[in-house]
Design a protein around this ligand. Structure first.
Ligand SMILES: NC(=O)c1ccc[n+]([C@@H]2O[C@H](COP(=O)([O-])OP(=O)(O)OC[C@H]3O[C@@H](n4cnc5c(N)ncnc54)[C@H](O)[C@@H]3O)[C@@H](O)[C@H]2O)c1
Length: 253
């Protein structure tokens, strides 16, 4: 049996997903790196223990194919990291419904399809772990982000329901809820509107942006046997945002 975890990671072209694949490989494991944007999977070196797979998480067949690829290439699947996602900005009265549908499809239905594809493979393996990337935006509301809030809030409870449904099959299901993390998704906004980015940091007790690898480290833990008695948790990785009551800004300096 090959050493390390055999993982499938979605949304792996950049950011948290890529950092997770890099951690799995650095620890001696292997991974299928799946992303909608196959061109940005060009960082994957096919001589390494990583297989690139271009596919859309809203496509049931693509989810099944990614899991099958991991079994064919690496012999089994230990962990499935359902990380693909994206936000949309707009008010409840203004956001085009097609955009709402796509945000819900990718951030909520995507993880459901991922869980459905993963469960049989994890059962064949005698058990395993699923980790979903939700968001602090799934734990409360944000101005102009209702579609993302609704989809990420839904996935938080999907994770809890999946943890209950799959526990007797020795499949653990957990979520991470990142706060503001510097990635391909957020860097253009930070550059375009530094004032907005500063204002956002005023609510982060640790007073800085998180790095993708700081989330990947927590995902790696939840995906690994080190977390063998942990299931159904929704874990903020947010620099302390969720510790506050929301009434006061945290102290600086
Ligand atoms: N960066 C943050 O501040 C932050 C905060 C909270 C939660 N998150 C969540 O973290 C996850 C990873 O985001 P990131 O910040 O690393 O951004 P990222 O843009 O670097 O990575 C997200 C990846 O998901 C892929 N993707 C989008 N739709 C897809 C689909 N339908 N099928 C397959 N792949 C698809 C994108 O191509 C992209 O490569 C997302 O679920 C995001 O919502 C990010």
């Amino acid at each position: 049996m090959p050493a390390g975890l055999v993982a499938v990671v979605t949304g792996a072209a950049s950011g948290i997903g890529r950092a997770t694949v890099e951690r799995v490989v650095a620890a001696g494991g292997s991974a299928v790196a799946m992303d909608l944007d196959g061109e940005r999977l060009d960082w994957v070196d096919s001589t390494e223990r990583v297989a690139a797979f271009a596919g859309d998480v809203t496509d049931e067949a693509a989810n099944l194919a990614a899991v099958s690829l991991a079994e064919e290439r690496f012999g089994r699947v230990d962990s499935v990291i359902l990380n693909a996602g994206f936000p949309a900005a707009g008010s409840m009265e203004g956001l085009p419904l097609e955009q709402f549908d796509r945000v819900v499809e990718v951030n909520l239905k995507g993880p459901l399809l991922g869980i459905r594809a993963a469960a049989p493979a994890l059962r064949r393996n005698g058990g395993g772990a699923i980790v979903v990337t939700a968001s602090v935006s799934g734990l409360g509301g944000d101005p102009g982000m209702f579609a993302y809030n609704a989809a990420k809030g839904g996935v938080v409870n999907l994770v809890r329901a999946a943890a209950i449904e799959l526990a007797n099959q020795q499949i653990r299901v957990n979520a991470v809820c990142p706060g503001p993390i510097r990635t391909h998704m957020t860097e253009p906004v930070i550059e375009a509107d530094p004032g907005w980015a500063e204002g956002l940091l005023a609510h982060v007790p640790l007073g800085r942006w998180g790095e993708a690898d700081e989330v990947a480290a927590v995902i790696e833990f939840l995906a690994s046997p080190a977390a063998s008695f942990v299931t159904g948790v929704v874990l903020p990785v947010d620099g302390g945002i969720r510790a506050g009551s929301g009434q006061f800004r945290p102290p600086r300096g």
